[in-house]
Write a protein that binds this ligand. Structure first.
Ligand code: ZN
Length: 150
């Protein structure tokens, strides 16, 4: 996908928005922005949330894991979404395991908020002329933690 984006970059008009449909993982959004994409839409943040997967600044985690049963931390310490400001990983895990709809909603809300904030930060980096350094730092930190989806 990244290679094809680089190929079409030279073919598409620069003064028109570029839309990449069906791409919604954080790392793919950053890589897409680096290759000229302006718009994304995807079910990933809500589908992943409904399956217990959480986007965090330090990589992806799965709230179903037993290690989060009594975890008092928010899903992502740097997130200011309604779920992270009010609820712990332990509580949200409890909701998820108990099949409470609120758990799925909070996870989806967090993941969507995470991507909206990610794109806000990318826009700020583009305006500041620092998108290359920002994306390099962002991706390095995101990939420091192995994906935990078991
Ligand atoms: Zn959050």
């Amino acid at each position: 996908m990244y290679r094809i984006l680089e190929v079409v970059d030279t073919e598409l008009p620069r003064d028109r928005p570029r839309y990449l449909m069906g791409v919604g993982f954080p790392e793919d959004l950053v890589e897409g922005v680096l290759r000229g994409v302006d718009l994304f839409d995807c079910v990933a943040p809500t589908r992943m949330g409904r399956n217990g997967a959480v986007f965090t600044r330090d990589g992806r985690l799965n709230i179903k894991r037993a290690e989060f049963r009594t975890d008092p931390r928010p899903l992502d310490a740097e997130c200011d979404c309604a779920a992270c400001l009010r609820f712990s990983r332990g509580y949200i895990r409890h909701l998820y395991v108990a099949d409470e709809m609120l758990g799925l909603r909070l996870l989806s809300l967090h993941n969507v908020h995470f991507l909206v904030r990610l794109m806000r930060d990318a826009r700020a980096a583009i305006r500041a002329g620092s998108i290359d350094a920002w994306s390099r730092d962002w991706l390095a930190r995101y990939h420091t933690r192995p994906v935990s989806t078991a």
